[in-house]
Write a protein of this length. Structure first.
Length: 385
């Protein structure tokens, strides 16, 4: 088997870690494989995929995967709404279209705009609203469609100038389809989670911004009075009391890639639990799969490039939980790095790259690991701020 390339796109793994130096060094795990990689690997810094330098942002993560899939020249901005819409359509139990057909939606959405409006749960904290939860809300597709219907029925009765509709294909990912352009700046929900939404909402500086801001607030009022949410409260379930507007874009109906890129990505598999990233993998022509507990040493001769996108480290750091970060790191050493080191030595892997959305990269090869003159340091030396 020819040597393969492994890319680990992991926010929060090779960047400085706050508070780590405050932990007692004698209580930290040894992590010999990680220490070897950090000591002997070759570092580089690039901003070619980052919209904001040195930021472990979800926005940068999407750009990062776009570059890994060689689509960064085709799309200036990741087509998140278009890719996830296509992904949800093709993976819907109600959809009979074959998964390789990437063009059948063109007539339906041609010249229209898409925006993700994901159902969420917000909580009041003094005088502000906090985005508490998106995804895994124990929401059925029937409930989701009932909630969307309540919103649509309200506007059908009171708004003669309505130019948008709501489509629910997946219970956790809703789509607003607009006849008019949507020119507002939005933020991925994962960047906002656990924080006040005030500084992340589009400002009311223009008439268009005010329209969407008013719509956002009105959706909350309609959902607050929803019979579906009343039933959910009685069943002690989290109510769906808002939706999060993000990823507004003109529908990318011409999702076609060049023959060269298609051939390149045909040998690629993306492991991620992020459905938006799975959508990007889909339109790139690559394979995709959910994250596995352990690194999988592929036996398929055709797969030359494996990409893992892991977000647990970033979540731990976002929550300022450095203890959890260390625990995840120890698991990562056992479940991933030990086998990866074995595959480097065996020649199965010719090159491993660890990539951060900040633009920082760490290259690891058998030749680099043989640089005996480079002193091997404890892993925590590389995370000092």
């Amino acid at each position: 088997m020819k040597s393969a390339l492994l890319s680990l796109v992991v926010p929060g793994l090779i960047d400085p870690v706050p508070y780590l130096n405050e932990l007692p060094k004698q209580e930290l795990p040894e992590l010999p494989v990680l220490a070897k990689f950090l000591s002997h690997g070759r570092y580089s810094q690039t901003m070619s995929f980052a919209t904001k330098p040195l930021v472990n942002s979800p926005v940068n993560l999407y750009h990062c995967l776009l570059k890994q899939l060689s689509l960064n020249h085709q799309y200036r901005h990741p087509p998140i709404a278009s890719a996830s819409y296509l992904f949800d359509q093709l993976n819907s139990s109600e959809q009979t279209v074959h998964t390789t057909d990437l063009s059948y939606l063109a007539g339906k959405l041609d010249n229209k705009w898409l925006m993700r409006i994901d159902p969420c749960y917000m909580v009041a904290d003094r005088d502000q609203l906090v985005l508490a939860k998106t995804g895994k809300l124990n929401l059925s597709l029937t409930e989701a469609r009932q909630l969307a219907d309540e919103i649509m029925n309200f506007y059908s009765a009171y708004d003669d100038d309505q130019f948008w509709t709501i489509e629910v294909i997946n219970a956790e990912r809703w789509y607003l389809i607009s006849e008019k352009p949507i020119n507002i700046d939005t933020v991925p929900p994962e960047k906002v989670i656990g924080q006040s939404i005030k500084s992340y909402l589009f400002s009311a500086a223009s008439n268009e911004n005010r329209y969407w801001l008013n719509l956002f607030n009105e959706f909350q009022m309609i959902l607050h009075q929803s019979q579906v949410n009343k039933q959910r409260r009685e069943e002690h379930k989290i109510p769906i009391n808002s939706v999060w507007f993000w990823a507004a874009e003109k529908y990318t109906h011409n999702i076609k890639i060049s023959a060269d890129i298609a051939q390149l990505n045909n040998n690629t598999i993306v492991y991620t639990n992020n459905h938006s990233l799975q959508g990007l993998a889909l339109i790139s022509g690559s394979q995709y799969s959910a994250i596995t507990d352990h690194y999988i040493a592929t036996e398929q001769e055709s797969l030359k490039h494996s990409i893992y996108v892991l977000d647990e480290f970033a979540i731990a750091l976002k929550n300022k939980d450095v203890f959890n970060w260390v625990g995840i790191l120890a698991q990562f050493e056992e479940n991933y790095l030990q086998q990866i080191l074995h595959d480097i030595h065996s020649g199965r892997l010719g090159q491993v790259e660890i990539i951060s959305p900040t633009g920082r990269q760490l290259l690891i090869t058998k030749k680099l690991l043989r640089r005996w003159w480079r002193k091997k340091k404890k892993f925590y030396h590389f995370y000092a701020i």
